[in-house]
Design a binder for this molecule. Structure first.
Ligand code: NDP
Length: 244
């Protein structure tokens, strides 16, 4: 028997564009009540307008631990429970190690790794009550590091390590941990790369293949969440067919 998403309460971080936005819309269409967090409030407002069901927009910077805690509490205050945390907020500021602007390293570690850890920390008491799930958006870079992606890959490897420890701590209590590792998805992610040469490479790569769409990742997330309660889909690696 599949698990129905109707009436489930889900918080999606980084929902103002790309994978987070598509996931929030797909969850809403499937009947979930969805809280969406990000820094661009205008984008969240139009997302709420497009939603099929109840959706709550939250002003959220995941690097700000009190703001993360407040977002979880606001979700529970509005909907009465929390069933799923989708830890999706992330930045990819690729570039070589030599001569790097290390403030970009700090931003990636604080957003991708520490931010997602803060969210798990705040959400876990609620997820234990509902026997809920955590969806961790990692990357193919969480399995294989490559030149010019050292710190981004380190954050994504870190997510995998944290997720496996989390899984061992909570699986016996019915909380499922799902790590999703997308390959190249057409989103705004690469637009923030400040190294011109690396940004051009990413744009060339996007033009060279049929990339994934954010909706493809949303579909994988919904598949994992819809499994019967005794089935834990712990890891999903999903690449464009054209990506070698
Ligand atoms: P987008 O740039 O479209 O989305 C990133 C989202 O993260 C935005 O909603 C942004 O919102 C949010 N975000 C960034 N910083 C913060 C912050 N400090 N606090 C809260 N939200 C923040 O890219 P994607 O949809 O591609 O990225 C989503 C996730 O998917 C990321 O974790 C990324 O690493 C991962 N991923 C993406 C791949 C791809 O090819 N696109 C491949 C593998 C993984 P705002 O700026 O409004 O705060």
């Amino acid at each position: 028997m599949t698990t129905s998403l109707t009436e489930k309460v889900v918080l999606v971080t980084g929902a103002s564009s790309g994978i987070g936005e598509a996931t929030a819309l797909a969850l809403s269409k499937a009947g979930a009540r969805v809280a969406v967090g990000a820094r661009r409030a205008d984008r969240l407002r139009s997302l709420v307008d497009d939603a099929s069901g109840e959706m709550l927009a939250l002003d959220l910077d995941v690097t700000d631990q009190p703001a993360v805690e407040a977002a979880i509490e606001a979700t529970v205050a509005r909907f009465g429970r929390l069933d799923v945390l989708v830890n999706n907020a992330g930045v990819m500021l690729s570039g070589p190690i030599l001569g790097a602007d290390t403030t970009e390293w700090i931003r990636m570690v604080e957003t991708n790794l520490l931010g997602s850890m803060f969210a798990v920390h705040a959400a876990l008491p609620h997820l234990l009550e509902t026997k809920g799930a955590v969806v961790q958006i990692s990357s193919t870079s969480g399995r294989t590091a490559s030149a010019a992606s050292a710190v981004y890959a380190a954050t994504k490897f870190g997510i995998t390590a944290f997720s496996e420890a989390l899984r061992q701590e909570v699986t016996a209590q019915g909380v499922r941990v799902i790590v999703v590792e997308p390959g190249f998805v057409a989103t705004e992610l690469a637009d923030h790369i400040t190294d011109q040469a690396i940004r051009s490479l990413a744009q060339d790569m996007a033009r060279s293949m049929r990339t994934l769409r954010p909706e493809d990742i949303a579909g994988a997330i919904l598949y994992a969440l819809a499994q019967p309660e005794h089935v834990a889909v712990n890891e999903i690696l999903i690449r464009p067919t054209d990506q070698t």
